[in-house]
Design a protein around this ligand. Structure first.
Ligand SMILES: C[S@@+](CC[C@H](N)C(=O)[O-])C[C@H]1O[C@@H](n2cnc3c(N)ncnc32)[C@H](O)[C@@H]1O
Length: 390
């Protein structure tokens, strides 16, 4: 390991980054939180308790395979990733490394945990195939579109303006993984959050620099990217594992948002920079990061409960929003249309000739101020339940 101090100017040639690295992380030990462990990610992850982390974010070596120096038209050298940690003998060596760390990460994941892996065209297809081979269940591939990408200097290819994130569950049967669909939608002006995210690359004051103005880490990710991931797929207090911690972007976002983190980084100098960076962050107030109530998490209310609560009287007539279809509320919470009896959903589907229907939004009642969906009555029933529980 290098003994160079964080912040001290250090030419790249002095950064000792052996592929195997050395670990000061020995035998398995109790789960630690909010710590940066210096060591090899596979070795450290295998020392963690099984099924102990809520989310994995991994930004592994890209295997950029840079054969030559990259220069701009003015012949200045582009500060590309040419560190030893990104070098592998061949694709087979990269695949073996990828298989090892993904298997170790999967072992540490709780059954309902998910994983985000970020990569570029150099590695993400290999990573994705290996994830599927290991049993991960891909939920989305997310395109991080950079609104300020590095231009293509030689003009021989399209400007490489995005990176890809694979979001996956531990296995195909995982159902209760965290996804704050409603909160993301509310923050996106009531439109579903899409799988293409437009975010700037990390620059300006956020970019860690040493005393000579050189980037501390060549591939520092933007905190906004990590924040979006954590707000989407974790709750406050959840543990986020990052096996390739680098400059600690995951830790910075976790501390800001009231999540816990565990970072693994084999280079002392990056680990030290990450610790200093995270220590300088003040967590946001709890109410700014508490998960928004989600419709999915609300207690299930049957239409019969709405009737029993006296919110709609048996014998009352419900209609669709335009008053074209009519049904009568039965005392048992079903609806009848002549001789046909069924749930609010089945009768709604039937009158429209559709295979399915959300009866809560289809059927309306006379509220005194015009027609309103029976979903409003469900909201009243839910509020009463909440009040009674307090
Ligand atoms: C792509 S960078 C991660 C950058 C990070 N996301 C950030 O925002 O700063 C990958 C990091 O993984 C580290 N690394 C590579 N191989 C490793 C291994 N086997 N174990 C632990 N860390 C490793 C490298 O030193 C490098 O800092």
């Amino acid at each position: 390991m290098s003994s160079a101090r964080v912040g001290a100017a250090r030419p790249k040639s002095q950064i000792k980054v052996s592929r195997t690295g050395t670990s000061n992380y020995g035998s398995p030990r109790a789960m630690s939180r909010n710590e940066v462990v210096v060591g090899d990610s596979v070795e450290v992850m295998l020392g963690l308790p099984e099924a102990s982390v809520d989310l994995v974010f991994a930004d592994p070596p890209y295997n950029l395979q840079l054969a030559n120096r990259l220069t701009r038209p003015d012949q200045s050298v582009v500060d590309a990733v040419d560190d030893d940690w990104d070098k592998f003998a061949d694709f087979a060596a990269y695949d073996a490394f990828t298989r090892d760390w993904l298997a170790a990460a999967r072992r540490a994941m709780k059954p309902n945990a998910t994983i985000f892996v970020i990569g570029s065209y150099h590695n993400i297809f290999r990573v994705g195939a290996i994830m599927q081979d290991l049993g991960f269940w891909i939920l989305n591939d997310i395109v991080w579109r950079k609104n300020n990408p590095m231009p293509n200097f030689r003009g021989r290819r399209f400007t490489n303006a995005h990176e890809t994130l694979i979001w996956a569950a531990r296995d195909a049967s995982a159902r209760n993984y965290t996804f704050h669909y409603d909160a993301l939608k509310a923050g996106n002006e009531d439109c579903q959050m899409r799988s293409d995210w437009l975010l700037p690359i990390c620059s300006g004051g956020e970019r860690l620099k040493d005393s000579s103005g050189r980037k501390t880490h060549p591939t520092q990710k933007p905190e906004a990217l990590l924040a979006r991931i954590m707000l989407a797929a974790t709750n406050p207090g959840d543990l986020v594992l990052d096996p390739f911690f680098g400059s600690g972007t995951t830790g910075a976002a976790a501390r800001l948002l009231g999540r816990d983190y565990l970072g693994i980084e084999r280079e002392q100098i990056y680990a030290a920079a990450a610790r200093a960076r995270i220590a300088a962050i003040s967590p946001l107030p709890a109410e700014a990061v508490a998960p928004a109530p989600s419709k999915r998490n609300e207690p299930r209310i049957a239409f019969a409960s709405v009737v029993e609560a006296g919110l709609v009287a048996p014998g009352a007539t419900l209609t669709d929003a335009k008053g074209r279809h009519k049904a009568v509320v039965r005392a048992d919470g079903a609806l009848s249309i002549g001789a046909i009896v069924g749930s609010i959903h089945k009768t709604g589907a039937l009158v429209q000739g559709l295979p399915a229907c959300n009866g809560w939004t289809f059927w309306h009642f006379e509220s005194g101020e015009g027609l309103a969906p029976i979903d409003d009555l469900r909201a009243v029933a839910r509020a009463r339940l909440r009040d009674a529980a307090e």
